[in-house]
Every structure is written in structure tokens, then in C-alpha cells.
Design a binder for this molecule. Structure first.
Ligand SMILES: [Zn+2]
Ligand SMILES: [Zn+2]
Length: 321
């Protein structure tokens, strides 16, 4: 069973002594996509298996299965059209250097970058047959819109203005932007990765400024360390545990789950700023994948929101509406 393979690069064991905590960890992107797609399919099957009257299990593809197809598209794009250093330049120019914050991309920069627009087009063409009619039509309209309009929508999403784009379009746009950003950050990272990571406020990725998808407590060589994982560039950045990811407060951090002990998914809430992030405890279940397991556990979000907490993370398959 391959469920426990990790996309994290192994630690360099040739360095003697106690390993320093890495401020950021870049994923092995091809492995990350494969793992995410597999996990989405596994969770989709668990959710979708119903029994027919004669007791034979029947499986219908649900939304998690569709999300897996989209991740397959990202993987295909990475494999067949890897980003060149030249195409990465516009993103590299925006990255934080550890001292300054990453800059938000402008619509003009996005309009000039063909890579993500080509990825978007390929994804819409391959996936629209699997979508409900109105959603497919909305995406195809956007495909034929001018580059200016497409770039304006992308800039709105990257600026956190999710209400400006309908949720169905947002998911595909974000997937295309993400496969672009993740590769660009990896190409630019060698200098950035060596230094200290800027302490970012408001749970923002130090490499690209996007919100995290969630928090991970790692296992294996990095047992017990907590990282946040970027929803856009997929970088993980270290965050001390029992510290609010949003405001940095430590006095009123609480953990919530539906299980009484050893929960594999926990809501980490802060009584100071009322933000929360979900923590995925790979130290308790190494098969967890942030994006897939987040999407399959939205019931916990509903419960936390009912308590008055505000979600600080973004799932790229479930934009707020
Ligand atoms: Zn990022
Ligand atoms: Zn807080």
C-alpha cells in the first residue's frame, strides 16, 4: 500500500549533531500531486459507497473524485510542460527575501504570464465534460473572455477577494495559478530557503503571501514539528506549536475535535483573535493529506464556526461563498 509515502524530501543525515528546524520545506511536487489525488479518491470512495437493494456496493464519483481529476491535471501539466526559469521570473520578482514580505501580483503581471493561462485552458478543456452543465458553460465563457478579464479575476483571487469570482471558476483558476506558483517558488527558493523565515502575521505564506490550507504535525524524521502548508505554492513553513497561527497569541489556544482522545484532525482555535486553523496529525495518521482531508472534514468547520471562530485557511477546492 502506498498511502504512507511522503512528498517531503528526507532530512540530510550526513550533517552530524542535532538537526536545526528547517524554516521552510519545499515539496516534491510530482509526489505531492500523486499523493493528494490518491487520497481524494480514497476519501471519495468512502463517502460515495452506497448499497443497492441487493447489497452490492455501488460507487458514484462525488466532488472529491472530481477534485482528484483536477489534481491529475496539475500533475500532467507539471510533467508535460515544466516551468522554465524564464517563465518563473515574474513570480520570483514578487517573492519575499526573508526580510520583506512577498508582493501581491498585479493584473498586468498576470496578463503577461502565458503559463498559467495555458494551464487553465488545458484544464477547462479536459475537465468540462465531467462538470455539471452551468459550471462548464461558465468556465468556457471565461476561456473565450479576453486575457484582461481572465487576469483581473486571477488578481482578485490572489488578493483574497473571493467574492469577485464565482466558486466553480475559482477552483480551476486557482489550480492553474498554483501549478505555476509552486514551480516558480521552487525554482527561486535556493537562496530564500537557507535564511531565516520572516515571521508572517495573519497566517500568510512567507514565500507567496497566500493563506495556508491547514496545519500539519509531521511524523518520521520531523516527528512532532508543526508546519503550515501554503494553498498556492505548497511550501510548508514552520510554526511553533500551541501558538495561534493568525495572531501569534499563546494564552487562549484550544483544540477541538469530534473524538475525545487522539483525534487525527483538530481545530486549533484562539480566544484572542477568534481565528482557527485545522491541524492534520500525521504523527497519528501518516496517510492524512492537508487539502484532501480538509475537504472531507468540513463538518468540523461548521461546528467551530457555530462557536464563533473564523476560518483562517483556504481550501483550493472549497472557496468561501
Ligand atoms: Zn506560498
Ligand atoms: Zn489568535
Amino acid at each position: 500500500m502506498s498511502a504512507f509515502f511522503s512528498d517531503l524530501p528526507p532530512l540530510d543525515k550526513t550533517v552530524p549533531g542535532v538537526q536545526a528546524i528547517e524554516p521552510i520545506i519545499l515539496p516534491r511536487l510530482a509526489v505531492l500531486y500523486r499523493r493528494r489525488a490518491e487520497r481524494l479518491r480514497q476519501l471519495d470512495q468512502q463517502a460515495q459507497t452506497t448499497e443497492e437493494e441487493d447489497g452490492t456496493p455501488q460507487r458514484n464519483e462525488g466532488y472529491l473524485g472530481f477534485a482528484a481529476r483536477l489534481v491529475d491535471e496539475q500533475a500532467r501539466w507539471l510533467r508535460d510542460a515544466p516551468l522554465s526559469a524564464d517563465d518563473a521570473t515574474p513570480v520570483s520578482a514578487l517573492l519575499g527575501d526573508g526580510l520583506s514580505r512577498p508582493e501581491r501580483p498585479s493584473a498586468a503581471m498576470l496578463e503577461k504570464s502565458a503559463y498559467w493561462q495555458d494551464a487553465f485552458r488545458g484544464m477547462v478543456e479536459n475537465l468540462s465534460p465531467f462538470m455539471p452543465e452551468p459550471a462548464a458553460a461558465g468556465l468556457i465563457d471565461l476561456l473565450y473572455a479576453d486575457r484582461n478579464e481572465l487576469a483581473a479575476k486571477a488578481a482578485a483571487l490572489l488578493g483574497g477577494d473571493y467574492a469577485a469570482v464565482d466558486a466553480g471558476r475559482s477552483v480551476i483558476l486557482w489550480a492553474a495559478l498554483s501549478v505555476f506558483w509552486a514551480q516558480a517558488v521552487a525554482l527561486a527558493a535556493p537562496e530564500g530557503a537557507a535564511g531565516e523565515v520572516l515571521e508572517t502575521g495573519g497566517a500568510r505564506c512567507p514565500c507567496c503571501g497566500a493563506p495556508p490550507s491547514g496545519g500539519l504535525v509531521l511524523t518520521g524524521d520531523r516527528e512532532g514539528l508543526r508546519y503550515l502548508q501554503c494553498s498556492l505554492c505548497e511550501t510548508r513553513w514552520h510554526k511553533v506549536r500551541a501558538t495561534c497561527s493568525v495572531c501569534g497569541g499563546t494564552d487562549h489556544v484550544d483544540y477541538w475535535s469530534f473524538e475525545t482522545t487522539d483525534a487525527v484532525i483538530q481545530g486549533e482555535t484562539c480566544g484572542d483573535c477568534h481565528g482557527y486553523v485545522k491541524l492534520f496529525r500525521q504523527d497519528r495518521d501518516p496517510a492524512l493529506e492537508v487539502v484532501a482531508d480538509d475537504l472531507a472534514s468540513l463538518g468540523l468547520d461548521a461546528a467551530l464556526e457555530e462557536q464563533g471562530y473564523v476560518r483562517a485557511t483556504l481550501n483550493p477546492f472549497a472557496f468561501p461563498v
